[in-house]
Write a protein that binds this ligand. Structure first.
Ligand SMILES: Nc1ncnc2c1ncn2[C@@H]1O[C@H](COP(=O)(O)OP(=O)(O)OP(=O)(O)O)[C@@H](O)[C@H]1O
Length: 363
């Protein structure tokens, strides 16, 4: 059982800092997912934990030991890459045996480890095949098998599903989720830019942005209580609507007014000093719904685009004077036609308020 502790971790290439001041404590047995936009440093951070990239600032502990200068092979980690990197001329069994042979393990030990990994990954029928005779998903399972046989303390995954087509991605994602159950106590750190992978696999998600941590939390924490506008818009699809509004009432609850005149009271406490300030009212597309006839609407605007997906209809409406469309995810095949004026509202308890980019937390 090994925890991973990052203290003030930074990475610079020459003058250019790509990561700065990363503090993160990953408990033994935890499944942590790093997400963030392209170029935010997810892979770099994972590669520093693996020892494939030099750490230029801070201290990295694995299992209580400082490992900044410990070579990858001695860190007790195993890494699974996006490109499976299997040896093409070796069978599945030989691919999985390879690291153990190098480590001069006994024949019996090697056979037991490979058979166990093959069983966990349902690869037993394929042990004598060459990689070219496997599907992409099976190849990725062999790559995971090579990591499992080494019985590492920490598994590192770098976008392991991104080369797979949509159906295989789902199947392999479910396998990785099961792996967590079958290998209890192993710490897993997983990099992805796929929100669904992050939301479904993670015990905790680390959202990275611009070289730093934007927020760390359980998937539902990030969805329900984003700390800032970046996380609010990064987690959830389509992204949360952020409507510019004026704070017209402060206190235990807050009253905001949209430019069109609509007002809403949200159960979020704000300080009197913020009276009259411009805030952003955050409303998730899936929380918008038709306003009852006669009841006040938060948004009243014509439909620009309606995407009928069968289970939901995603509607884009533009409020007068606003550049950005408001997106609503309406249930079923709602009868919405281009140009029709929609009256939408949402439960104030599900709304968010942001000031200067930061969340004004619920009181
Ligand atoms: N060898 C290098 N020299 C200079 N800059 C580098 C080097 N390697 C990576 N970078 C920069 O570091 C930043 C982080 O890269 P990294 O690959 O970690 O991002 P990422 O979040 O994994 O992105 P993606 O999702 O696109 O893979 C990027 O801006 C990248 O251009």
């Amino acid at each position: 059982m090994a925890g991973v502790e990052l203290q003030g971790i930074g990475k610079s290439y020459g003058e250019v800092a790509v990561l700065q001041g990363i503090d993160l404590s990953i408990a033994a047995g935890e499944f942590v997912v790093f997400v963030g936009p392209s170029g935010c440093g997810k892979s770099t951070l994972l590669r520093m934990i693996a020892g494939l990239e030099r750490i230029t600032a801070g201290t990295l502990h694995i299992d209580g030991q400082v490992v900044n200068d410990v070579p990858p092979a001695q860190r007790g980690i195993a890494m699974v890459f996006q490109s499976y990197a299997l040896y093409p001329h070796m069978t599945v069994r030989e691919n999985m045996e390879f690291a153990l042979k190098i480590a001069r393990k006994s024949k019996a030990e090697i056979a037991a480890a490979v058979d166990n990994a093959a069983r966990i990954l349902q690869l037993t029928p394929y042990l004598d095949r060459l990689p070219k005779a496997l599907s992409g998903g099976q190849r990725q399972r062999v790559a995971i098998g090579r990591a499992i046989v080494r019985d590492p303390k920490v598994f590192l995954f770098d976008e392991p599903l991104s080369n797979l087509d949509a159906a295989l991605r789902v199947a392999t994602r479910i396998e990785i989720a099961q792996l967590k159950e079958r290998l209890p106590g192993r710490t897993m750190i997983y990099v992805t830019h796929d929100q669904i992978e992050a939301m479904t696999l993670a015990d905790r998600i680390v959202v990275l942005n611009a070289g730093g941590i934007a927020q760390v939390g359980t998937p539902l924490d990030l969805y329900d209580r984003p700390d800032n506008e970046f996380v609010a818009q990064f987690i959830g699809s389509p992204a949360m609507n952020l409507l510019p509004a004026t704070l017209v009432g402060t206190g235990a609850t807050s009253r905001v007014q949209l430019p069109g005149g609509a007002e809403v009271t949200v159960p979020i406490a704000t300080a009197a000093a913020l009276q009259g300030q411009v805030v952003k009212l955050g409303v998730r597309p899936e929380h918008l719904d038709f306003a009852a006839p006669g009841a006040p609407a938060l948004i009243e605007a014509p439909v620009e685009v309606a995407e009928k997906l069968g289970d939901v209809t995603v509607v884009y409406v533009t409020m007068p004077g606003e550049a950005e469309a408001v997106i609503a995810k309406l249930p079923g095949t709602a009868p919405v036609a281009r140009g029709a004026v929609l009256r939408l509202t949402a439960d104030p308890a599900r709304m968010h308020l942001f000031y200067a980019g930061k969340s004004l937390r619920r009181g």
